[in-house]
Ligand binder design. Structure first.
Ligand SMILES: [Zn+2]
Length: 214
């Protein structure tokens, strides 16, 4: 659910970080419904919803609201703002009357986030997947960009959503970027990248992971 703290604005769950319960903006079911439809619209099927999307992934908010309302009559601009501002994963952004997903696209976009500054990045893979990645390089079959993590522990954690004992691949981001591979910072946890050739990839022995810090 989304609630609003008088001091700190929109938040997810029962209580703001300050302890305030605030007032309800959207119940849990509708938060889920709106979140799923917005993700579909801005990441996966804008065309199916009749949305014109700029090359950088932007959609005009009034047009997005109209499209959302064909499915959920109660949708409105204020709820989109609440969804964006309360999202702990910072999935979306709003700028100058437009909204976009910041990552996670399967549609073809050319995002313009700041260039990655970290020398090393990480990717958590299933065992059988890891061997293949080290041989042929890292690319996503379903997504526009490869999504990398900013620490080996975060990568391992992401990997656990797909497999019980993920292997962690280290990406020599500095060298890859020098060679022209585009990598962009999304937030403290995620960097998105164009496909990465195998020569910039190596595997981290699992004994080197500090998993107790998770
Ligand atoms: Zn608060």
């Amino acid at each position: 659910m989304i609630r609003r703290c008088p001091q700190h604005g929109f938040f997810r769950g029962e209580r703001c970080e300050c302890g305030e319960t605030g007032s309800q903006v959207l119940d849990a079911t509708r938060t889920e419904q709106l979140g799923r439809l917005v993700a579909g619209a801005l990441r996966h099927f804008p065309d199916d919803m009749g949305l014109a999307m700029s090359p950088q992934g932007w959609v005009e908010i009034p047009i997005l609201v109209d499209a959302l309302r064909t499915r959920h009559r109660w949708a409105n601009e204020n709820l989109l703002v609440a969804l964006v501002q309360s999202d702990p994963k910072q999935r979306y952004e709003i700028r100058q009357g437009r909204m976009r997903a910041r990552y996670g696209h399967s549609v073809d976009v050319e995002l313009d986030h700041p260039e990655n500054q970290l020398d090393e990045l990480f990717y958590g893979a299933a065992e059988e997947e890891a061997d293949r990645i080290l041989e042929v390089g890292l690319r996503s079959a379903s997504q526009r960009y490869v999504h990398l993590s900013t620490s080996p522990e975060k990568a391992w954690h992401v990997g656990t959503f797909r497999t019980s004992n993920p292997r962690v691949i280290r990406v020599d981001a500095a060298s890859a970027q020098m060679a022209g591979v585009r990598m962009m910072r999304v937030n403290d946890n995620i960097v998105i990248s164009d496909p990465i050739p195998a020569q910039y990839l190596s595997q981290i022995p699992s004994r080197d992971l500090k998993l107790q810090t998770q």
